[in-house]
Design a protein around this ligand. Sequence first.
Ligand SMILES: [Zn+2]
Length: 482
Amino acid sequence: MSDASKGLSLYNTLTRTKDVFVPIDPSNVRIYVCGPTVYDFAHIGNARPAIVFDVLFRLLRHLYGEAGVTYVRNITDVDDKINARALRDFGAEIASGNLTLNEAIRRVTEKTADQYHKDVAALGCLPPTVEPRATEFVARRADGKVDMITLIERLIERGHAYVAAGEVLFDTASMPDYGELSKRNLDEQQAGARIAVDAHKKNPGDFVLWKLSSPEEPGWDSPWGRGRPGWHIECSAMSAAYLGDVFDIHGGGLDLIFPHHENEIAQSRCAHGTDVMANVWMHNGFLQVEGQKMSKSVGNFYAIAELLETETFGGRKWPGEVLRLAMLMTHYREPIDFSVRKLEEAENTLRKWKRAADLAPSAGQVPDDVVAALSDDLATYAAFQRLTQLAGEAAEVTGSGQNAAAASLKAALFFLGFDIGAAKVDEAAIAKAIAKRLELIAAKNWAEADRIRDELLEQGVQLKDGKDPVTSERVTTWEVKR
Ligand SMILES: [Zn+2]
């Protein structure tokens, strides 16, 4: 009990050092990761934080128990990009009065959020413990959980925010250590502000907490008029709502350090009067595609769904677990170059591991050295080296005895989220199909019975017919083939 650290070390962007991780409450380790803005399908760069922090989530669950970790990943469903998208896709219906803007916005966000859930499930990511939507945290809530309007009111009361020209702005000069995460100071920002500073701002770095909406724009009633929140305040509200004023780990992509995370810290610390918002700040590195920055104009912009379901990248579809492994072959803090070659390499590696893991009928224990590698700031590459070693050892085992290496490998693959094929097996659906087939056999409808058998085989499910030794009735069992 005395050692709550469990041997885990994490690199902290806040201190620029790798430190031993000690949770605030070992019975409830709390982590927040900025989720997607749901105006367009998630691209492969968005897949990186989802996968990286899924590995961290799995590791924390392993170390502290499944019930001992709360992972919050939000959905940003209020954003001017969403409004623009709704107008673009549903402009005619809105103009003709068949659809309100709010209804159009809901269609955009629901469709995009559904696709995101499908994408990250295909990549082997566990659902987070809670997935709050920003729109549900703008106004005061019946359950009393922290909301954005209350947070903004508190910031004004405490002298950290002011109203100007229809906006509520955060006063960066009111916070002496503003800029501690990105290591920018206010003087640098002032000196760097070459573009004309908005005249209503006290300091060029001041940022929007609330802005007024025109009648056509989505809005909520507030003490400052009908309007909508700035982006940063969403995460301050949703993290506090589920994780409290101070929590353990905050994650996201490197591009979020400034201004998003810097401003989350400013809002949360000033509203709650705390020294930190989260103890550890983790950021995954950038992603390029085939050596170039991903952009629509270069033509190397790929949605996760495109890689999974179309042949636009390398002339073929890619299984989610191949994308997952390719993403994790590079350490999460390093930049990654996503390429067809890397995916092919990942696919070959995965095939070798799975062939070796299949030498064991069931999974053993997750090997300690795999856990130890991940506990060193998520050194996935070192963990994978151990997996390859285990695959070699498993192949050398002869005879029909226990294959401990294969059993360990199987457990490690499952732990790391590479058992997507097996996870997809819907046991209830298989049982139903088997029952249907037995009925068809009883009715001597052999052709239909065989069709069901073949369909299951295509999904990797092999049926085995036998006789019950007591009743002599036909019984059918099944197993998953790889
Ligand atoms: Zn955020």
